[in-house]
Write a protein that binds this ligand. Sequence first.
Ligand code: ZN
Length: 423
Amino acid sequence: MTGSIDRVLAAVDDAADEAVAFAADLVRVPTVNPPGELYDDCARLIGRMLGSCGFELEYHAAEGRPEHTPIHPRINVIGTRRGKSSRPVVHLNGHFDVVPAGAGWTVDPFGGEVRDGRIWGRGACDMKAGIAAAIFAAEAIRRAGIDLNGTLEISGTVDEESGGFAGVAWLAEHGRLSRERTDYVIIPEPLYVDRICIGHRGVYWFEVETVGRTAHGSMPFHGINAIDQMGIFFERVRRELEPRLAERHTEVPVAPAGARHATININGVIGGQPVDGIQTPCVADTCRAVFDRRFLLEEGFDRTKTEIVALLESIAADVPDFKYSIQDLMVVHPTRTPDDSPVIGALDRALHRVLGRSGGLVASPGTYDQKHVARIAGVPDCVAYGPGILDLAHQPDEYCDIADLVNATKVIALAVLELTGTS
Ligand SMILES: [Zn+2]
């Protein structure tokens, strides 16, 4: 076993330049989402590399999803490489969409520049280096002359940044990723090269509308201003809800630590007349606001929503004429990999072997495709582990350290060996 491990680690080092070049090639395809540019090109680029590494290919267009259009097709690619036996199946999944570049760059966001020991550009860290790490982990095992027990699958999927509904969720809904056919899933998202990410907090996006009664703006006492009504809700959220949320801590090791308690954010508000238009003297009769409530595994969704509704009801009891409605926009339940999952153990041992340490477990402040793997596909043994620093994701001058890419490739390769019981 030691001999084969050493051969695999050496093969990763030998292939480092190729892995870097491939990650840079991926960055040069601006798969910007929204709207979902060049997905087909990027899926084919990943497919060609998988094909040259001995994988059989499938392309899955997300038929039936409204965002899958002739102009912006949603194309996912999966490579499969069978070893000595068909099971277990280890699936490595990376999303290849990236968020828009935004302002403030000092390098070309889609130039794929390699300089100062780093790969630069939008998606370098989130998560095209991760896709390169997955493929070159598989390739290093092959070049080391090792035939796996079991099957390795690698997928490149779309739309993670916008919810993953045409990507991992689609593959799970269509049975391509499922408890029956998939044993272990590793998602090489950038969550620090020495740490294993075991899930994320829950998300509750909701809209509140307050309804007033319009009147002449010179006699506002004849009407009910819906913006004032919304202001009451904002104030109660700030005074009553936020202090309660700040005191609710999760046992899940969310990083950064500031996200280890429950939070609420006001995403947007609109009410009354458009402020950049011609004004008339009218009391605002409607106001709408969207909220982003991140809830903890320990809170659960029902308690989270009940608390919001109770706050609105208590205002309605206190304030005459307070009329409101609430609408759920999106609910993502928290996920957490079981502590005794073999995928955690395998990665932890690989981290000690490669880096001489393990930073332990983390959870993500946001969400990622693990939710679909866990909740739709029903595969509990899923974690995120990959190269790159989470804090750089979606920032200008995004980069991934080449050393991170090489180390993560080694860690993933060793974890695959252990999970498949290959010696
Ligand atoms: Zn990502």
